[in-house]
Design a protein around this ligand. Structure first.
Ligand code: ADP
Ligand code: TRP
Length: 320
């Protein structure tokens, strides 16, 4: 089984990225041949600062390694170190109906958030299809917001195969329902673009402040709490705490006499403990950052021949 996923280096990674994409990817690295990449071509749709893009790309690699990505098991690389993918994107684009891209939510969502409505942003799903298809991927672990893109990928692959002969495997998205949508501090989807994130790594004091700032309703301390399933702090504790610790806090809240301040304190403590080991590993990598460059270089060397082989088949199929 080949597993593939990508993440854009468009900002600092947060625990929504971790639970939705990174943790499932890291778990899957044991189960097959894993290809994980830093989608820097994609990030160019929103970042036009060369220094920043380079920094974010290395930071994503660092954070992924710190969180447990094992380069001995999974191939980690920069998307742009395998430029074959952009040529495949062109070959796919000639069988991609405009209507398929017009249906995509992400273009509408992103332009609504102020990202420039460029051709690159509109054609983003075609490049993502090329990413997935060029490695003949079976499984794509992502958060729920990427499901449509994997479906578009399948549609494009079916069209290409029907027109030019069987070149591509059809991939399946893998979405864990329990973590498909991690809420941010305001209760909306946690996202870099909503200013509601809790980063995986960062300064303790600043992060404590963010956690204590999670929005809640105004039920007073004494009353038995209701509607907890809508409370972002409760939802986050469920992800971060052990089952018995979560059950105990849940019981206390429902009994009354325990307030949201206590809940948020528990969220912070569990969050800080949850990533303690990763934080230590990250400090280790920071002592010798050349490891990151080496991992990315070796990753690209392994990924590129696989991509080249698929691209050659696709070129031949279309008559180039
Ligand atoms: P952001 O919305 O912060 O820009 P990205 O779009 O870069 O995040 O997402 C990178 C990966 O992390 C994708 O697989 C996405 O589905 C997942 N992801 C992002 N935010 C969340 C979230 N709040 N809950 C679950 N998964 C998420
Ligand atoms: N679009 C994905 C995101 O924003 C990143 C991505 C690019 C990706 N190519 C991919 C994810 C291929 C999975 C497979 O998060």
């Amino acid at each position: 089984m080949r597993i593939l996923s990508g993440i854009q280096p468009s900002g600092t990674l947060h625990i929504g990225n971790y639970f939705g994409m990174m943790r499932p990817s890291i778990e899957l690295q044991q189960k097959g041949e894993a290809f994980y990449f830093i989608a820097d071509y994609h990030a160019l749709t929103s970042i036009h600062d060369a220094k920043l893009l380079r920094e974010y790309s290395r930071d994503v690699a660092l954070d992924f390694l710190a969180c447990g990505l094992d380069p001995a098991r999974a191939i980690l690389f920069r998307q742009s170190d395998v430029p074959e993918v952009t040529e495949l994107a062109w070959l796919l684009s000639v069988v991609t109906p405009m209507s398929l891209l017009e249906k995509c939510h992400s273009y509408k969502d992103k332009t609504a958030k102020g990202i420039a409505p460029t051709h690159g942003l509109f054609a983003y799903p075609v490049l993502m299809a090329a990413d997935i298809l060029i490695y003949q991927s079976d499984v794509v672990p992502v958060g729920r917001d990427q499901k449509q893109h994997v479906e578009v990928t399948r549609d494009i692959a079916v069209k290409f195969n029907a027109q030019f002969g069987e070149v591509f495997k059809l991939p399946e998205p893998q979405i864990r329902e329990a973590v498909a949508l991690v809420p941010g501090s305001d209760g909306q989807k946690m996202s870099k673009s909503y200013n509601n994130t809790i980063e995986i790594f960062g300064d303790e004091k600043a992060l404590r402040k963010k956690v204590m700032g999670i929005q809640t309703d105004s039920q007073p301390l004494e009353v038995p709490k209701t509607d907890l399933e809508k409370n972002p702090a409760w939802l986050l504790l469920k992800l971060l705490a052990s089952e018995p610790a979560f059950a105990e806090m849940d019981r206390k809240l429902r009994a009354g006499g325990t307030g949201y301040g206590d809940l948020k304190k528990a969220v912070f403590e569990n969050y800080w403990a949850y990533f303690a080991e990763a934080r230590k590993r990250r400090e280790g990598f920071l002592k010798d950052p050349s490891v990151i460059d080496r991992v990315l270089k070796e990753g690209a060397e392994k990924a590129r021949p696989v991509a080249r082989a698929t691209l050659d088949r696709a070129r031949k199929a279309v008559g180039l």
